[in-house]
Design a protein around this ligand. Structure first.
Ligand SMILES: Cc1ncc(COP(=O)(O)O)c(C=O)c1O
Length: 373
């Protein structure tokens, strides 16, 4: 067996990336004013079936701007999963609103849809849905709740480029959807994010918020505080080139997911999300696994042992109610979310980047078997 280390993620940049980047340099258009930004916004929005795209500097920035653009603020509550990245809760807290947590579904690792309704109060303004690791959240019951209680839906599709829910693109649900273009995503811009929406006013508000809320009629005068969340044309050039290959990437990720599943068939030491549900096929943004109760050690120890064999790993998210930065603000009291807590302690993911070769996959799978069988 080879012992060459396999990184947890490597991007693939061998399409038109170089050509478009050179175009930026040759024309001098490198800032956010450059032509690739609008082109990326338009092409990305079209790809997910939305009317407007607003490119920003990261997926976290997209959430910050989206929450404020929807008018969410002090006294509002926003329902969100306990098991997600801090960016979701941070955007709600920074807007002055209160995140209200819901535990995860043990099968899909997404928010447990059946537990949302019991968390609604007369202050609930929105539900922030986050599709996690590969399967989308079951959207129909959420859209139905939102309709019955007049709630906004924010869809964090940061990990779901190219995924569909009942044949509809992820990123096309609710008032706004957000994406990330970090290098481990199916479409990367190095760093970057996008807000997509069908509402022209929300799109305009996001454009203003990402650009310091300059007053159009009097530059350097501001009625409100925004951010500099602008994306450069250099980033957008990468994004445009990456988007051209999205179908190919999705196909590759699904085949990688199936490859790992076959290699791990019959292993009772790990739990995986399903390859399919009645509403979606797993897109395997990352190939995550949770140690079953028969394994005596936790994810941290599994990752240490895999690291010794040259297998790159990343831990799962750490739940929001156990985040010191949020608890310090008096949030979440004695709340417990046992599924999220278990995922955090027993879950991790293995190399699953777009550039992973079939040979690397076979190597990784045999090293994982060695540690976990
Ligand atoms: C679900 C989710 N939301 C938001 C983000 C934040 O994106 P970024 O790293 O571009 O700020 C990520 C990052 O991976 C994510 O996974």
């Amino acid at each position: 067996m080879s012992t060459k280390p396999v990184p947890v993620n490597e991007p693939l940049l061998d399409g038109n990336e170089r050509k478009y980047l050179l175009e930026c340099i040759d024309t001098g258009w490198i800032s956010s004013e450059g032509p690739f930004v609008r082109r990326f916004e338009d092409e990305f929005a079209r790809c997910v079936g939305r009317r407007f795209g607003v490119a920003v500097s990261s997926g976290s920035a997209a959430l910050d701007a989206a929450v404020v653009a929807l008018g969410i603020g002090p006294d509002d509550e926003v329902i969100m999963p306990a098991f997600t990245i801090i960016s979701c809760a941070a955007a709600i807290v920074r807007a002055g609103a209160v995140p209200v947590l819901v535990d995860s579904d043990p099968l899909t690792w997404n928010i447990d849809v059946a537990k949302i309704e019991q968390r609604l109060t007369n202050k609930t303004k929105a539900i922030m849905v986050v599709h996690i690791y590969g399967l989308p959240t079951d959207m129909d019951p959420i859209l139905d709740l939102a309709c019955r209680y007049s709630l906004l839906v924010i869809e964090d599709a940061a990990q779901m480029h190219g995924q569909t829910y009942r044949s509809r693109q992820c990123g096309s649900f609710g008032a706004v959807s957000t994406f990330s273009f970090y290098p481990n995503k199916h479409v990367t811009a190095g760093e970057g994010g996008m807000i997509v929406t069908d509402d022209s006013q929300v799109a305009e508000r996001c454009r203003s918020l990402r650009n310091l809320c300059f007053k159009p009629e009097q530059r350097f005068v501001h009625d409100e505080l925004g951010w500099n969340f602008r994306m450069t044309s250099i980033q957008a050039a990468l994004g445009v080139a990456q988007l051209e290959r999205l179908d190919e990437v999705v196909e590759k990720k699904r085949s990688m997911g199936r490859g790992y599943r076959n290699a791990f068939a019959g292993m009772t030491s790990i739990e995986l999300t399903p390859d399919k549900t009645d509403y979606a096929d797993n897109i395997y943004w990352v190939f995550g696994m949770v140690l079953s109760d028969e394994v005596a050690f936790d994810a941290r120890e599994a990752m240490r042992r895999l690291g010794e064999l040259g297998v790159g790993t990343r831990p799962f998210f750490w739940p929001m109610h156990e985040q010191p930065a949020l608890r310090k603000r008096g949030l979440f009291g004695h709340e417990r979310y046992p599924v999220a807590e278990r995922l955090a302690r027993r879950g991790f993911y293995i190399p699953s980047g777009v550039a992973l070769t079939p040979e690397q996959l076979t190597e990784v799978a045999s090293r994982v078997r060695k540690v976990l069988q």
